[in-house]
Design a binder for this molecule. Structure first.
Ligand code: FES
Length: 307
């Protein structure tokens, strides 16, 4: 879909919000709370694709996203911060929700850090309108308290933490009532700590939901052989396997591009993947029978994929 950048707001240091309106005159499709869109960002040598949560997915006249400049941005968030301009028309993908709220939950525990708050901004009106039991704990830098605080309604169930140590995870996670579902979104390290704590306390995997928009990080280059196509290609140190496939004109499916949704899973026939995703089960990870192309790399000089 074509979308016009209608408003850019400097939200906090290195964080901007962008309002996008339909460039074709036709309304955007409505989406459910938690849905991201993929933005295509033209770079000098390639098109970057990043996923961003919609802040108000039911507004068909306007999609709003919040973007932090990634510390080592390879192009996507840096382009948005440095080159996005009012009136510019950009390409966006259809919103698809891979981080929905669980309808059977009796209580929703939402934990976020930084711009990991964005999917929860769309959850809150739904939870409050339904009178659902929930608690949101959001961690942010002291300098960002006002910016994030302004996005949140006054509610005793919404608690801002200006240091991650002020969030007593063990107490919080062990004091939840039965049928509580846990939702986590934020930087990799934050999510890993929360999920590891929940697992240690015996939370079943089915009640832990996480959203990751971390983009791929680089690593040693490796070769990939595509068994079905008889093609061999090189994954460079600064690109992901998914990008390498796209750069030779292939279109493997992808969505979150952060190792969370499972859409880009490809079967591995030979070689050892270096798993960097949050999706694969322990058994599949140990069997090394699949790789998430958006973030994972190779431990061996070559991988052979059934693709
Ligand atoms: S695109 Fe979602 S895990 Fe790779």
């Amino acid at each position: 879909m074509k979308a016009r950048i209608a408003k850019i707001r400097n939200f906090a240091t290195d964080i901007k919000s962008l309002s996008l309106t339909p460039a074709s005159g036709v309304e955007f499709p409505a989406a459910s709370a938690g849905a991201p869109i993929i933005r295509e960002i033209p770079g000098a040598e390639r098109v970057w694709k990043n996923a961003y949560s919609l802040v108000s997915p039911d507004d068909r006249q306007k999609y709003e996203i919040i973007v932090r400049r990634a510390p080592h941005s390879r192009g996507g968030s840096a382009w948005l911060h440095d080159h996005a301009a009012l009136g510019q028309v950009i390409e966006i993908g259809m919103p698809v929700n891979l981080f929905p709220m669980e309808a059977s939950a009796k209580n929703h525990l939402l934990l976020s850090a930084g711009i990991g708050l964005t999917p929860f901004l769309s959850y809150l009106p739904v939870l409050r309108a339904a009178g659902a039991a929930f608690q949101l704990h959001h961690c942010c830098r002291i300098s960002e308290t006002d910016a994030f605080g302004a996005l949140l309604p006054a509610d005793e169930n919404i608690i801002l933490h200006t240091s991650r140590t002020s969030l007593d995870l063990a107490t919080l996670l062990s004091s939840q009532k039965l049928h509580t579902h846990l939702y986590v979104c934020g930087p990799e390290a934050f999510m890993n700590v929360v999920v590891a704590s929940a697992r240690k306390l015996g939370w079943p995997q089915a009640k832990i939901h996480q959203e990751s928009f971390a983009s791929a990080t680089g690593g040693a280059p490796f070769k990939v052989k595509l068994a079905r196509r008889g093609i061999q290609l090189q994954v460079k140190d600064d690109e992901s396997l998914l990008e390498a496939l796209e750069n030779v004109g292939l279109s493997p499916p992808s969505l979150c591009r952060g190792g969370a949704c499972g859409v880009c899973e490809l079967p591995v026939l030979e070689g050892l993947p270096e798993h960097r995703d949050h999706f694969l089960s322990g058994a599949k990870r140990e069997a090394n029978s699949a790789i998430m192309a958006c973030v994972s790399r190779a431990k061996t000089p070559e991988l052979v994929l059934d693709f």
